[in-house]
Write a protein that binds this ligand. Structure first.
Ligand code: FES
Length: 163
Protein backbone atom coordinates (compact mmCIF):
# COMPACT_ATOMS: atom_id res chain seq x y z
CA UNK A 1 0.00 0.00 0.00
CA UNK A 2 1.33 3.46 -0.82
CA UNK A 3 0.61 6.55 1.22
CA UNK A 4 -0.21 9.67 -0.75
CA UNK A 5 2.07 12.49 0.33
CA UNK A 6 1.43 16.20 0.07
CA UNK A 7 4.40 17.50 -1.95
CA UNK A 8 4.52 20.85 -0.18
CA UNK A 9 4.89 19.47 3.35
CA UNK A 10 6.00 15.86 3.03
CA UNK A 11 3.16 14.89 5.36
CA UNK A 12 0.66 12.25 4.29
CA UNK A 13 -2.23 13.76 2.35
CA UNK A 14 -4.62 12.32 4.95
CA UNK A 15 -2.73 14.16 7.71
CA UNK A 16 -2.91 17.42 5.75
CA UNK A 17 -6.64 16.88 5.28
CA UNK A 18 -7.14 16.35 9.03
CA UNK A 19 -5.20 19.55 9.75
CA UNK A 20 -7.24 21.47 7.16
CA UNK A 21 -10.44 20.20 8.75
CA UNK A 22 -9.36 21.23 12.25
CA UNK A 23 -8.17 24.63 11.10
CA UNK A 24 -11.59 25.28 9.59
CA UNK A 25 -13.27 24.49 12.91
CA UNK A 26 -10.84 26.03 15.43
CA UNK A 27 -11.03 29.76 16.16
CA UNK A 28 -7.38 30.28 15.16
CA UNK A 29 -4.75 28.28 13.29
CA UNK A 30 -2.47 28.69 16.31
CA UNK A 31 -4.96 26.67 18.36
CA UNK A 32 -4.19 23.59 16.23
CA UNK A 33 -0.46 23.57 16.96
CA UNK A 34 -0.57 20.59 19.35
CA UNK A 35 -2.50 18.57 16.78
CA UNK A 36 -0.17 19.52 13.92
CA UNK A 37 2.79 18.37 16.03
CA UNK A 38 0.99 15.08 16.78
CA UNK A 39 0.39 14.51 13.07
CA UNK A 40 4.09 15.01 12.42
CA UNK A 41 5.10 12.68 15.24
CA UNK A 42 2.60 9.98 14.19
CA UNK A 43 4.12 10.00 10.73
CA UNK A 44 7.83 10.47 11.45
CA UNK A 45 8.10 9.11 15.00
CA UNK A 46 9.69 12.40 16.12
CA UNK A 47 9.71 16.11 15.30
CA UNK A 48 12.76 17.45 13.48
CA UNK A 49 13.73 21.14 13.27
CA UNK A 50 12.49 21.25 9.67
CA UNK A 51 9.14 19.87 10.81
CA UNK A 52 9.00 22.42 13.64
CA UNK A 53 9.48 25.17 11.06
CA UNK A 54 6.69 23.64 9.00
CA UNK A 55 4.37 23.51 12.04
CA UNK A 56 5.14 27.17 12.80
CA UNK A 57 4.26 28.17 9.24
CA UNK A 58 1.14 25.98 9.12
CA UNK A 59 -0.15 27.45 12.40
CA UNK A 60 0.99 31.03 11.84
CA UNK A 61 3.11 31.13 14.99
CA UNK A 62 6.79 31.96 15.55
CA UNK A 63 9.24 29.07 15.72
CA UNK A 64 9.93 30.07 19.35
CA UNK A 65 6.32 29.12 20.18
CA UNK A 66 6.81 25.66 18.63
CA UNK A 67 10.09 25.17 20.49
CA UNK A 68 8.35 26.16 23.72
CA UNK A 69 5.60 23.59 23.16
CA UNK A 70 7.83 20.65 22.17
CA UNK A 71 10.20 21.30 25.06
CA UNK A 72 7.38 21.66 27.62
CA UNK A 73 5.40 18.52 26.75
CA UNK A 74 7.58 15.47 27.23
CA UNK A 75 5.39 13.35 24.94
CA UNK A 76 6.79 15.22 21.95
CA UNK A 77 10.04 13.68 20.77
CA UNK A 78 12.77 15.85 19.31
CA UNK A 79 15.14 12.98 18.55
CA UNK A 80 14.58 9.86 16.43
CA UNK A 81 13.23 6.79 18.22
CA UNK A 82 13.10 3.11 17.37
CA UNK A 83 10.17 1.36 15.67
CA UNK A 84 9.15 0.29 19.16
CA UNK A 85 9.62 3.17 21.58
CA UNK A 86 9.44 1.74 25.09
CA UNK A 87 8.51 4.11 27.91
CA UNK A 88 8.43 2.78 31.46
CA UNK A 89 6.91 4.84 34.25
CA UNK A 90 9.19 5.47 37.24
CA UNK A 91 6.79 7.60 39.28
CA UNK A 92 5.58 6.83 42.79
CA UNK A 93 2.88 4.15 42.26
CA UNK A 94 4.95 2.29 39.69
CA UNK A 95 8.05 2.71 41.83
CA UNK A 96 6.31 1.15 44.83
CA UNK A 97 5.15 -1.72 42.62
CA UNK A 98 8.63 -2.55 41.35
CA UNK A 99 9.39 -0.18 38.49
CA UNK A 100 13.12 0.15 39.29
CA UNK A 101 14.06 -3.53 38.81
CA UNK A 102 11.56 -3.77 35.94
CA UNK A 103 13.30 -0.88 34.16
CA UNK A 104 16.67 -2.60 34.49
CA UNK A 105 15.15 -5.86 33.27
CA UNK A 106 13.58 -4.26 30.19
CA UNK A 107 16.70 -2.29 29.28
CA UNK A 108 18.76 -5.49 29.44
CA UNK A 109 16.15 -7.39 27.43
CA UNK A 110 16.07 -4.90 24.53
CA UNK A 111 19.73 -3.92 24.85
CA UNK A 112 19.35 -0.15 24.95
CA UNK A 113 19.72 2.42 27.68
CA UNK A 114 17.97 5.67 28.44
CA UNK A 115 17.32 7.73 25.27
CA UNK A 116 19.21 5.24 23.12
CA UNK A 117 18.12 3.64 19.85
CA UNK A 118 19.27 0.12 18.99
CA UNK A 119 21.63 -0.22 16.00
CA UNK A 120 18.91 -1.95 13.95
CA UNK A 121 16.40 0.81 14.73
CA UNK A 122 14.01 -1.62 16.38
CA UNK A 123 14.08 -0.34 19.96
CA UNK A 124 14.42 2.86 21.90
CA UNK A 125 13.93 3.36 25.60
CA UNK A 126 12.93 6.12 27.97
CA UNK A 127 11.97 6.36 31.62
CA UNK A 128 8.96 8.63 32.06
CA UNK A 129 6.88 10.18 34.80
CA UNK A 130 3.28 9.19 35.56
CA UNK A 131 1.29 8.13 32.49
CA UNK A 132 -2.00 7.89 34.39
CA UNK A 133 -1.94 4.11 34.64
CA UNK A 134 -1.26 4.22 38.39
CA UNK A 135 -4.06 1.82 39.35
CA UNK A 136 -2.44 -0.83 37.18
CA UNK A 137 1.18 -0.21 38.17
CA UNK A 138 3.81 -0.92 37.15
CA UNK A 139 3.22 -0.02 33.52
CA UNK A 140 4.95 0.74 30.25
CA UNK A 141 3.88 2.16 26.93
CA UNK A 142 5.17 0.86 23.62
CA UNK A 143 4.44 3.53 21.08
CA UNK A 144 0.81 4.40 21.92
CA UNK A 145 -0.16 1.06 23.53
CA UNK A 146 -0.24 0.76 27.34
CA UNK A 147 0.79 -2.46 29.09
CA UNK A 148 -0.07 -2.67 32.76
CA UNK A 149 0.31 -4.86 35.87
CA UNK A 150 3.73 -5.75 34.54
CA UNK A 151 6.07 -8.39 35.83
CA UNK A 152 9.42 -9.13 34.20
CA UNK A 153 7.87 -12.27 32.69
CA UNK A 154 4.88 -10.39 31.29
CA UNK A 155 7.17 -7.68 29.88
CA UNK A 156 9.30 -10.37 28.22
CA UNK A 157 6.21 -11.86 26.59
CA UNK A 158 5.03 -8.51 25.26
CA UNK A 159 8.44 -7.48 23.97
CA UNK A 160 9.04 -10.92 22.49
CA UNK A 161 5.94 -10.65 20.32
CA UNK A 162 7.16 -7.50 18.57
CA UNK A 163 9.03 -7.81 15.28
S1 FES B 1 2.82 6.35 38.77
FE1 FES B 1 3.13 5.08 37.04
S2 FES B 1 1.40 5.43 35.83
FE2 FES B 1 1.12 6.77 37.51
Amino acid sequence: MTTKVDQSSGLAAAAEARIDDLQRRYPTKAATLLHVLWEIQWQDGWISEDRMRYAAKRCGVPISKVLGVVSFYTMYRTKPVGRHHVQVCRNICCHIMGAAPLIEHIKAKIGVGEHEVSADGKWSFEEVECMAGCAWAPMMAINEAYHENLTPEKADRILGELV
